[in-house]
Design a protein around this ligand. Structure first.
Ligand SMILES: [Zn+2]
Length: 230
């Protein structure tokens, strides 16, 4: 059975930047992948003359192209203002109801405990995405909501981590990752310097498992009686 994967990210391009090779690989292997993008990404420019609404529209178009390239099934946009992502109870509920709806086998999100992560959206994203897992699996949370059937996600892969314990060989998918990054043309992610950084990081992670390129995660597997809601 093909695994269902939910990726909760702060901005369009986060998934491609941190783990695009892994996503391309999992999609090729048949995984059903859905992106949940928390913010509108409308502040992602260094040009003060940028129109935020236009930038948002451009980023949706770019993300759609990257979605197709990676083989991701669907994108859910939550529409939070860029730079203002907070681990609120409201956002926790929205995410928990999405977990109940999509019933993922694996949840990918930011490692909220990464030291020196300076982007508040990235930290908040990891916190709220993980907090929503508990709310989704306990049936008394949002018991009267439409998606009230509890769902416990059994496996978490945290990207942008400084405590990696899981490496995915992406040697055959590194070119797809770079191509996906370049599709985010409004961003600087496709610049030569940034691509060099992505490749150097993937090469260093590859060395740890004896392959050319890899991507690193902190993987949490929840097993036993607490793994699934009954
Ligand atoms: Zn980001």
């Amino acid at each position: 059975m093909s695994p269902k994967i939910l990726v909760v990210e702060a901005h369009p391009d986060d998934a491609e930047w941190y783990c695009g090779g892994t996503l391309a690989k999992l999609a090729r292997e048949g995984a059903e992948i859905t992106f949940v993008i928390c913010t509108r990404g409308e502040k992602g420019s260094y040009d003060p003359l940028t129109d935020p609404d236009e930038l948002e529209r451009a980023r949706v178009r770019e993300q759609e192209a990257a979605r197709q390239l990676l083989g991701v099934r669907e994108i859910v946009y939550l529409g939070v203002p860029d730079g203002e992502l907070q681990p609120t109870l409201e956002l926790r509920k929205r995410l928990a109801l999405l977990y109940r709806k999509y019933q993922p086998d694996i949840l990918l999100t930011f490692d909220p405990w990464k030291r020196d992560e300076l982007h508040p959206d990235h930290r908040a994203c990891g916190v709220v995405a993980l907090d929503a897992r508990i709310a989704a699996k306990m049936p008394l949370y949002y018991a009267r909501a439409e998606n009230s059937n509890a769902w416990a996600t059994p496996e978490l892969w945290l990207f942008n981590t400084d405590a990696p314990n899981h490496f995915v060989d992406v040697t055959d998918f590194i070119e797809t990752r770079v191509a996906a990054l370049k599709l985010h043309a409004s961003q600087s992610v496709g610049d030569v310097q940034n691509i060099a950084h992505v490749l150097a990081t993937a090469r260093a992670d590859g060395e740890k498992i004896g392959v050319e390129y890899a991507e690193a995660f902190h993987r949490i597997l929840i097993e036993g009686s607490i793994a699934r809601a009954r």
